[in-house]
Design a protein around this ligand. Structure first.
Ligand code: PLP
Ligand code: COI
Length: 356
């Protein structure tokens, strides 16, 4: 494995004093990991350096053509002092799928997990202690050659930064309000929806802004072509409990294959639930609601964890779900998943990886 050079900061920052006020993605630790890619040389110069600005040429290709992808994962501080990652290999596998879609060269998964572990060890004092807090990990890759012709770049930076964080939503575990978007499209089949590409998020902002203005936290996207089938929410996948079925939209290339989604499906199936992935017409959700069968709706994501949905607005119909309370299945999933992630429950799936 390549040697990682390490330069420690001489001016460590003050760590957050009140962990109840962390919010999400506001504070960054003392160090970051960087490495460069050059065509013909591969990934070179892996290094851990003090956190700080990265100088870019104004013609750097990422600034013009958006060749950027990212990942999101967390390090958890267990009660017994262990530091745990949750399925990190899945994140770097998905990073390589995103890379392939955006013509970015692949990374070595084992090396990335090693680099990440070294970085987290150096900044481990930054992993918050309060319940439900963690160290959010953001690996990302962007193109840097100074060039204005449209083509795949020849030079990239891979970076990892760390951010001690609390809940993604200000609501915490309280149900969020979601607006079903039927004007704008986030992605279509054959597009980049399955990749964690920066551009997907840029195109979604206008819908999110309009939803915010009406008091909703995020939007639920429908398929881009017909606006008929449910896809996913801005920063999470979505599940519905309709009678005995717990259903989430199938992966068709236009939605992100969430690692929490996959874990929730595996958890539910291991517990004997009828958890399905299929094409899900929005009209079926409306019918289930009108027939009193829409018991629970929840989102899943690294940042969002299990996020109950209390209100779903579709056109003029405002669906109030489970009287604005978290439902029993959502609560059970939250307890089981966070139990495994924070090392409170036995990890029978082998999902966690200790950083030593
Ligand atoms: N969908 C989108 C658009 C996301 O940004 C995320 C967050 O990463 C998810 C789904 C959930 O994915 P994961 O569970 O891997 O965090
Ligand atoms: C995550 O859950 O890790 C995400 O990347 C969501 C994000 C866009 C905040």
């Amino acid at each position: 494995m390549q040697e990682i050079s390490i330069q420690l900061t001489t001016t460590p920052k003050q760590k957050p004093l009140d962990e109840s006020k962390l919010g999400f993605g506001n504070i960054f630790t003392d160090h970051m990991f960087l490495m460069n890619y050059k065509t013909g040389e591969g990934w070179i110069n892996p290094r851990i350096v003090p956190y700080g600005p990265i100088a870019l040429d104004p013609a750097a290709m990422c600034l013009h053509y958006g060749q950027e992808i990212f990942e999101g994962m967390k390090a958890y501080r267990a009660d017994d002092g262990r530091i745990l990652l949750f399925r990190p290999e899945e994140n770097f596998k998905r990073m390589n799928d995103s890379n392939a879609r955006l013509c970015i060269p692949p990374v070595d998964i084992d090396f990335c997990i090693h680099a990440l572990s070294e970085l987290v060890k150096i900044d481990q004092e930054w992993i918050p202690h309060m319940k439900d807090t963690s160290l959010y990990i953001r690996p990302f890759v962007f193109s840097i050659d100074p060039h204005l012709g449209v083509r795949a770049a020849n030079e990239y930076i891979f970076a990892i930064i760390l951010s001690p964080s609390g809940s993604y939503y200000a609501e915490g575990l309280k149900p969020v309000k979601i607006y079903v978007e039927h004007k704008y499209a986030r992605s279509v089949k054959g597009g980049t929806g399955m990749a964690k590409a920066a551009g997907n998020y840029a195109t979604s902002l206008i819908a999110q802004e309009e939803a915010h203005a009406q008091g909703y936290s995020q939007v639920l996207w429908l398929d881009g072509a017909q606006k008929k089938y449910v896809e996913e929410v801005g920063a999470m996948n979505i599940f519905f409990k309709i009678g005995d079925e717990i259903v989430t939209p199938e992966l068709g290339g236009s939605i992100l294959p969430g690692i929490t989604r996959k874990s929730v499906l595996e958890l539910l199936r291991s517990l004997g639930y009828n958890a399905t992935e299929r094409l899900l017409p929005m009209q079926e959700i409306v019918d289930a609601y009108n027939n009193g069968k829409l018991d629970e709706v929840f989102g899943t994501g690294t940042a969002a964890v299990i996020s109950p949905v209390g209100v779903l607005k579709y056109d003029d119909l405002v669906m109030n779900i489970n009287e604005g309370n978290i439902g029993p299945v959502s609560q059970m999933l939250y307890d089981k998943l966070t139990g495994i992630q924070w090392g409170r429950e036995e990890d029978t799936f082998g999902w966690t990886r200790e950083i030593k």
